[in-house]
Design a protein around this ligand. Structure first.
Ligand SMILES: [Fe+2]
Length: 376
C-alpha cells in the first residue's frame, strides 16, 4: 500500500480523500476507501466518536508501506480471537475450545511473518477502538513472531509462541469490563482483580490438548518482569519462559501505542523511550532485537530536523531506526518547496531528528494537500 497520513477527525477538511475504509462497530462499511470527504461525512464521523482516519496524500502516492501480514489475514485472526474468547466464556469443563480454524490461522500468521521478516514495523495503528482486546492480541502475536525471527525457531516453536501470544489475555473475559475500560488509575481492589487474568487464562488453556504447555506459560507469565517486579508470582528472569520474556516487551509496546476510549495512543518513539527507561524489567537481548524491528518514526511521520527542515518519513531500514529517508517539504525559514525532495539521513551525519510534529503542528506546518493540489 502507499503511504498514508493518520489524521484526527478534528483536523479533517472537505476534499481530503479516505485511504482506508471506515467501519462501524459491527464491522459494516460506513465510508469506502477513495471517498472524498464532505462536511457532512466529517460531522458523522465526529458524532460516531471516531478519532482518526487514514487519508491519502498525493505527495506520498509513490511511497510504499508493507505490512507484515495481509489485511485479510489480520481480519481473520481478529475474528478467530474474538470467537475463541467469546466461546471460552461459555465453556464447560474439559470441553474443546481450540478447533482446526484456530491452528490454521496461527500457521498462516507464522508463514506470513517469516516471509516478511526484514520489514520494519511501519504501519500506523489500524485497530478499531471498541475491539481493543482482539486487535491487541493479533498485534502482540504478529510483533512477537517478528521478534522471534531472530531466534531461529522451528515452525512448530513459532506456532507455539504465536498461539500463546494470540490468547495471552484470554483471562480478561472474566474481569469486569467497567474495570478494564476505566479512565484513570485503578483502586487497589480493582488492580487486584485485573492481576488475576493470567491465572484465569492459564487455567482454561492448560487443559486444552491442542495448546502446548509452552504456549500456556506465555498466558501465565506475560506480566512477570525480569527484575521480579511483575505479577502474579514476582518471578525473575531465569524463571520466566523465553516466550513470555519476548511477549511482555511487545505487550507493553502495543498497549502504550494503542488508542483507547479514554486516551490517545503514544507515538512509537515515546513508547520506545518508556520501555528503554526501565531496561532492567526486560530481557536485554530480546529488547535489543525488538528495537531493530520497530521504526520509532514510522513512514508518514512528520519530523523536524536539526537544520530546521520539515519533512515526512518515507522509508525506514531494519537496524537503522534514527536514519530514515525523509521527504523534505519546507526549510527552516518556512519556505515551501514546490518540488519536495528526498533526503537520506544515512548520508547526512551532520543532521539529526529534533522531534516528531504533533498532529496539530503537522496540520499547521505540513497540511495534507486535498484533491486540488495546493488549494487548502
Ligand atoms: Fe495481560
Amino acid at each position: 500500500m502507499s503511504a498514508v497520513r493518520k489524521i484526527p477527525v478534528s483536523l479533517l477538511r472537505p476534499g481530503m480523500v479516505l485511504y482506508r475504509p471506515v467501519y462501524g462497530p459491527d464491522g459494516q462499511l460506513w465510508l469506502n476507501s477513495g471517498v472524498e470527504l464532505k462536511s457532512k461525512y466529517i460531522n458523522s464521523l465526529w458524532r460516531a466518536g471516531i478519532s482518526f482516519v487514514f487519508i491519502s496524500d498525493p505527495f506520498l502516492a509513490d511511497v510504499v508501506v508493507r505490512d507484515l501480514v495481509s489485511e485479510e489475514t489480520r481480519r481473520h485472526a481478529v475474528k478467530a480471537v474474538k470467537e475463541t474468547l467469546q466461546s471460552a466464556k461459555l465453556l464447560k469443563r474439559n470441553s474443546l475450545l481450540l478447533d482446526k480454524r484456530f491452528s490454521s490461522i496461527v500457521e498462516k500468521l507464522v508463514r506470513e511473518v517469516l516471509a516478511s521478516k526484514d520489514v520494519m514495523i511501519n504501519l500506523a495503528d489500524i485497530r478499531d477502538v471498541d475491539d481493543y482486546t482482539f486487535f491487541h492480541s493479533v498485534n502482540v502475536c504478529v510483533l512477537s513472531l517478528l521478534n522471534a525471527t531472530d531466534l531461529d525457531l522451528s515452525q512448530a516453536r513459532m506456532e507455539e509462541l504465536g498461539a500463546g501470544a494470540l490468547l495471552h489475555d484470554l483471562g480478561k473475559i472474566w474481569i469486569s469490563e467497567v474495570t478494564l475500560k476505566k479512565k484513570g488509575s485503578l483502586t487497589p481492589e480493582e488492580y487486584h482483580e485485573v492481576k488475576k487474568h493470567p491465572a484465569f487464562g492459564f487455567e482454561i488453556l492448560n487443559s486444552q490438548a491442542k495448546f502446548s504447555p509452552n504456549s500456556a506459560k506465555v498466558v501465565m507469565q506475560h506480566h512477570e518482569r525480569c527484575d521480579g517486579s511483575g505479577y502474579p508470582h514476582n518471578l525473575e528472569k531465569d524463571d520466566i519462559h523465553s516466550y513470555a520474556r519476548l511477549v511482555m516487551i511487545v505487550d507493553v509496546y502495543d498497549a502504550l501505542t494503542s488508542e483507547r476510549p479514554y486516551r490517545l495512543g503514544m507515538k512509537p518513539h515515546q513508547a520506545i523511550k518508556i520501555i528503554t527507561d526501565c531496561t532492567e524489567s526486560y530481557d536485554h537481548s530480546l529488547l535489543t532485537s525488538f528495537l531493530k524491528h520497530i521504526a520509532p518514526y514510522p513512514i508518514g511521520t512528520p519530523l523536524r530536523l536539526s537544520n530546521g527542515y520539515l519533512g515526512i518519513v518515507i522509508e525506514n531500514r531494519k537496524g537503522m531506526p534514527l536514519r530514515p529517508v525523509i521527504r523534505i517539504f519546507k526549510n527552516g525559514d518556512g519556505f515551501f518547496y514546490q518540488e519536495p525532495f528526498d533526503l537520506d539521513l544515512l548520508d547526512k551525519s551532520n543532521l539529526q531528528i529534533v522531534d516528531a510534529l504533533s498532529d496539530a503542528e503537522s496540520e499547521q506546518e505540513l497540511p495534507v494537500m486535498t484533491k486540488h493540489k495546493g488549494s487548502d
